[in-house]
Design a protein around this ligand. Structure first.
Ligand SMILES: [Zn+2]
Length: 392
């Protein structure tokens, strides 16, 4: 009985500390009285817990505020440089590594190209480890301030078992990241890139998007991260949200996943580039030039129009399946926002009797191309901000 009671007390203490940390993270500075009022906890509880957070380096006392009667209230301030985190985003083409503080200020970033043909993940991991070692040494950051390394990966992920389960676009299955732990001095965490992007949206880009959103990451393929009531929905086998592989054309093009007519074959960035190259018989053409051409040239315009049609059809299916409040689009397609966004929104909301623009907010993420790598850097921070892992 007494044992149970002491565990509960400990949980409450930790929960209160996380609440205080979250509140100051959002507000930067508050008085102890304000914290007590906003969190509905007593001032002695605020004082004892914030003292522990000061000892751990997360907060400092920053003077006093004007008195509203009685003693002048002490101000507490959040210290974003008290911890650091690494985010690693692996795509088919490149690896991007960032070092950030707790406010997601990028201290430094490095990227390198993926090998032409990837036979083994070990090469990529050892190169990543070298880059991280370099950053730690060159930026003189004390290793005990580094929370860990988060990886944002282009496939389905079991985050608890550190297992990258299926990456059809790279031709890998069941890659264990446990065996890669020995390459690093810090704890490692992994997540699917679209889920990581959705985490980034809910936490960093704190707005009304946080409760209910679908993040659509458009790169080589299409990944989607689904947030329902503040939790990322991963499903029973941890592969929910594989909308990139829903069939959009019956008996359509053959996909790496084994199915035919998958959405990503028609609506990924790779699909758009492929369609342009085919239409103009130009195997080396690049997306920037093709899209510029589409402003004047009717043939180029038609390619873009067909692409946006396919993108819109998939998003309509997602809206009808999940009824999310927000749909955010990001990934490597982000730089082409201005060519796509307006027409896409128009197509999504015409010709349907179920919903209109006021019921679902569709937009490109304002984290831009960085959502996945920010999401990766967020993974090691979750322990300090949350009690539970926010996964359904
Ligand atoms: Zn597929």
């Amino acid at each position: 009985m007494s044992r149970l009671k002491s565990v509960d007390q400990e949980t409450i203490r930790i929960l209160n500390q996380k609440k205080i940390l979250n509140l100051l993270y959002r507000n930067n500075k508050l008085t102890k009285q304000e914290i007590s009022q906003k969190l509905n906890i007593s001032i002695p509880t605020v004082i004892s817990n914030s003292n522990e957070l000061i000892e751990q380096g997360f907060l400092e006392e920053a003077g006093v505020a004007e008195s509203t009667g009685g003693r002048k209230p002490t101000i507490l301030k959040f210290l974003p440089d008290s911890r650091y985190s690494f985010g690693v985003w692996i795509t088919k083409d490149k690896v991007k590594i960032i070092l950030t503080n707790l406010n997601f200020k990028i201290i430094h970033e490095i990227d390198f190209s993926m090998p032409e043909k990837l036979y083994d993940f070990t090469d990529v991991i050892s190169k990543t480890a070298e880059a991280i070692e370099y950053l730690v040494n060159n930026f003189n950051i004390s290793p005990d301030k580094i929370l860990g390394i988060g990886f944002s990966l282009p496939g389905t992920v079991n985050e608890k078992e550190l297992l990258l389960k299926n990456v059809p676009n790279l031709g890998f299955k069941n890659v264990s990241f446990k065996k890669f732990e020995r390459y690093f001095k810090f704890p490692i965490f992994i997540e699917n890139e679209a889920n990581a992007s959705a985490y980034a949206e809910t936490f960093i880009n704190f707005n009304d998007a946080k409760n209910s959103l679908v993040f659509i990451s458009i790169t080589e393929g299409i990944g989607t991260g689904v947030v329902i009531a503040n939790n990322v929905y991963k499903g029973f086998n941890k592969r929910a949200g594989e909308f990139g592989h829903m069939a959009i054309v019956k008996d359509g093009k053959r996909c790496n996943c084994g199915r035919k007519g998958c959405w990503e074959l028609y609506a990924s960035k790779k699909a758009l580039l492929g369609a342009y190259r085919e239409a103009f018989n130009d195997v080396n053409g690049n997306l920037d030039d093709f899209l510029k051409k589409s402003e004047m040239d009717l043939k180029a315009k038609a390619v873009l129009n067909t692409y946006v049609d396919f993108l819109a059809e998939g998003i309509k299916n997602i809206i009808l399946t999940l009824d999310p409040k927000n749909i955010l689009i990001g990934g490597e397609i982000f730089p082409y926002k201005d060519f796509i966004e307006k027409e896409l929104i128009k197509k999504i909301f015409t010709d349907n009797s179920f919903y209109d623009e006021s019921q679902c907010n569709v937009m490109f993420s304002n984290l831009g191309e960085n959502a996945a790598v920010y999401g990766a850097a967020l993974l090691p921070m979750e322990n300090i901000f949350f009690l539970n892992d926010n996964v359904l």
